[in-house]
Design a protein around this ligand. Structure first.
Ligand code: 5AD
Ligand code: SF4
Length: 450
């Protein structure tokens, strides 16, 4: 009885936390780390009940930041109605704009950069006492390796494990090396421990995350563990658990890694390999450190070693000095590879980057928009073509749950990360089923269990 009261008191006294996450998958993983760091004092709740609202932000493009600024004004209005509500801003935007943000945004109580999350309890306390509270110091070593993330927004099957942080590539358009700092890998045993906890809790689809996972490196007693070695160790934990990774730089996608993916059934046949631009001129200006020919050679090698591999990419339209011929080379490369899906963006100048300092953002807005539209329209065709090519084929599908559109259907994912909708039959969430594809749109496959 006494224990019950202690527990009740603990839960009753817990404050309520709401986290809103913007941008990439790394931020989703970081928000889970933050929930864990604050778990002694806060439980995750709906925004209505929250005593503390955290925005985990992204600075990679200007429109992401504008959205967050707008959100801060809405939250400022909420704060006026709710006494004691605290609002904190985390992530890349905190790092980029630093304490200036506290002056510009009246709604904010404190800010914390991506390497300062262990300091959050102190920052919250300082802010409660009316002090200006911020920590935007970057670290050369922080990987949050001992923290077991709180999986608070989960389907119970898919989870991320952050295996490295930061980036050393300095692509000329990108703010990430400045907001997330230098590249550092996480100690492998802590990654395997986290994977084991997920497996024990029934998770079946693990994505190893980092800004550039395939440059993962851990050196212990003179023995070097690279990304191919690490993913193999994770895959060996359980043959029933799928392993994915994101995101990769073409310069590091080695034959060894491709062969490791091919060797293990549970390492997914899916590689996200951003090419950004199709012309050597643009690639050089972007400081991508590879050529169009090199990229196409890597794709050929992937297709030779993993014939059923899905390949997706990131593309930027309208980078500094991009000519119509450069743009045509992007479209031609897309056709030549036949990407299964792509994330496509208009170039957005980021302060402090090499491109902002050295090149003019000289492609007119309407030309950028038109080029992006052409890229999107072409990708739509390529995605449809890729899905149509799957009709008649059979895939192993991990059932994720009921389809939103129909109660009689389940949806799940193939190893290639394509979504499939199919009549439930007697399948259940978390099962692997074999599905024959009968129809498709550009976005989804449809099929039946065989
Ligand atoms: N403008 C537009 N897109 C960008 N990306 C990164 N920086 C910029 C920028 N300044 C895109 C790249 C990257 C993805 C995460 O975001 O395509 O791969
Ligand atoms: Fe940015 Fe390039 Fe690093 Fe990706 S690899 S995060 S695009 S600098």
């Amino acid at each position: 009885m006494q224990r019950f009261f202690i527990l009740f008191n603990q839960i009753y006294r817990m404050k309520k936390l709401y986290i809103e996450t913007y941008g990439c998958q790394m931020n989703v993983a970081d928000s889970e780390v933050v929930a864990s760091i604050l778990s002694e004092d806060y439980t995750i709740s709906e925004i209505k009940e929250a005593d503390l609202i955290l925005l985990n932000t992204c600075s990679v493009r200007d429109n992401a930041e504008l959205r967050i600024r707008k959100r801060l004004r809405e939250l400022g209005a909420l704060k006026k109605r709710k006494l004691g509500l605290q609002i904190g801003l985390l992530g890349c935007m905190a790092e980029r704009i630093k304490e200036k943000l506290l002056k510009e945004e009246a709604a904010l109580d404190f800010i914390a950069g991506p390497d300062a999350y262990r300091e959050l309890p102190q920052l919250i306390e300082e802010a409660s006492g009316g002090q200006i509270a911020f920590n935007v110091e970057l670290s050369k070593t922080e990987t949050y390796d001992d923290i077991d993330p709180v999986r608070y927004d989960t389907n119970g099957l898919s989870a991320f494990i952050s295996i490295m942080r930061g980036c050393n590539n300095f692509c000329s358009y990108c703010v990430v090396p400045y907001t997330r700092g230098r590249e550092r890998s996480r100690e492998p045993q802590s990654i395997l421990n986290e994977a084991n906890i997920l497996i024990e809790n029934g998770f079946k689809d693990i994505t190893l995350l980092g800004q550039n996972v395939n440059s993962y490196q851990w050196n212990e007693d003179g023995i070097l563990l690279n990304f191919a070695g690490l993913i193999e160790k994770v895959a060996l934990l359980s043959p029933l658990v799928r392993v994915r990774f994101a995101t990769s730089h073409p310069k590091d996608i080695s034959d060894e890694l491709i062969e490791t993916i091919a060797q293990y059934d549970n390492i997914c046949s899916y590689i996200h390999l951003p090419f950004q631009a199709g012309s050597n001129n643009m690639l050089k200006k972007m400081n991508r450190s590879y050529t169009r020919e090199y990229y196409l050679e890597r794709i050929k090698t992937i297709r030779r070693i993993i014939p059923d591999c899905a390949i997706t990419t990131d593309i930027i339209a309208g980078f500094c000095g991009e000519t119509e011929t450069d743009h045509q080379e992007t479209l031609a490369l897309m056709k030549e590879v036949g990407f299964d899906a792509a994330y496509m963006f208009k170039y957005s100048v980021r302060e402090g980057t090499m491109a902002q300092k050295h090149f003019a953002d000289d492609v007119p807005e309407e030309v950028k928009s038109r080029r992006l539209e052409e890229i999107i329209a072409l990708q739509q065709e390529l995605s449809l073509r890729s899905n149509k090519a799957d009709i008649g084929k059979e895939f192993e599908v991990l059932v994720e749950g009921a389809s939103k559109r129909s109660k009689e259907h389940h949806f799940g994912r193939t190893s290639q990360n394509k979504v499939v909708i199919f009549p439930k039959m007697n399948s259940g969430k978390g099962d692997y089923v074999r599905v024959k594809i009968t129809d498709c749109t550009a976005a989804t496959l449809k099929g039946k269990i065989i």
